[in-house]
Design a binder for this molecule. Structure first.
Ligand SMILES: N[C@@H](CCC[C@H](N)C(=O)O)C(=O)O
Length: 259
């Protein structure tokens, strides 16, 4: 078959997006998804996203990692699918859509996508790191030498180690730049490599840095390898609410592939 697809990127986290409103795509074909995401034999991407119809809301997002498996929430992918929905003229300046972790509100303002993420009330704090779920699971760890840090090997060791094991986690290495700015490099589960940006990852970093007192800002800048993101939130008692992930999302090209 010939598949029409769109390539998007959000701060360098890149995705193949398919309009699946007519059920053209076989979601159970793990090999096909992994092939489409393959950078040498396929199109190349960190993940594949399907935009589908939803009975009550604007659309549904279905997310697969580059390994071909459906996974948990993707924040940058969420921002990209909002840009795609606007491109398809399904939405104008704001939307509510469903993803695997529930409903997400998003708005487009000054060319940036503001995506509401799930509330977070559980943050596990350890001597060396924090662990929390922002739609996807995230290990957050401060390091001194972020620029030269071996993210791929250290990330993989943590991802497959105790207590995460097979289910795994994404792993974020962090360096504080100033009061409300952090640099982040992320090893992504399901890509099994460092990616240039991870939306649920920077959301986890912002919340973990606030929770542990590294910052008291409620609007935090995150410098990632592929650009800059912002995370804003309000804290009510022990819950982080109104969590917004803010940044650009760009269509790179449209294509057709025989598969
Ligand atoms: N790139 C993502 C996270 C995607 C999911 C992750 N790889 C997992 O399986 O947990 C993001 O921007 O949040």
């Amino acid at each position: 078959m010939t598949l029409t697809f769109y390539k998007y990127q959000g701060t360098g986290n890149d995705f193949v997006i398919v309009d699946n409103r007519q059920h053209i795509f076989n979601k159970n074909n793990t090999k096909l998804i992994a092939f489409l995401c393959d950078r040498k034999f396929g199109i190349g991407a960190d993940g594949l996203i399907l935009l589908e119809n939803h009975p009550e809301h604007d659309f549904k997002m279905v997310y697969f990692n580059a390994d071909g498996n459906e996974s948990t929430m993707c924040g940058n992918g969420g921002r990209c699918i909002v840009a795609f929905a606007e491109f398809l003229q399904l939405i104008k300046y704001e939307t509510t859509f469903e993803a695997i972790d529930g409903l997400h509100y998003a708005k487009i303002e000054n060319g940036l996508i503001h995506l509401q993420m799930k509330e977070v009330d559980t943050i596990q704090i350890f001597d060396t790191h924090q662990f929390l779920d922002t739609g996807s699971p995230h290990h957050v760890q401060l390091v001194d030498d972020l620029a030269t840090f071996d993210v791929k090997n250290q990330g993989r060791t943590i991802r497959y180690g105790q207590p995460y094991k097979e289910a795994g986690t994404n792993v974020n290495f962090v360096k504080q730049i100033d009061q409300n700015t952090f640099a982040v490099r992320t090893y992504e589960r399901g890509v099994e490599d460092e990616t240039l940006s991870c939306g649920t990852g920077v959301t986890a970093v912002a919340i973990a840095m606030h929770k542990t007192g590294q910052t008291n800002a409620s609007e935090i800048n995150l410098n990632v390898e592929g650009g800059q993101l912002k995370v804003a939130f309000s804290k009510e008692e022990d819950t982080y609410k109104n969590v917004m992930l803010i940044g650009p999302a760009t269509q790179v090209f449209k294509g057709e592939i025989t598969c």
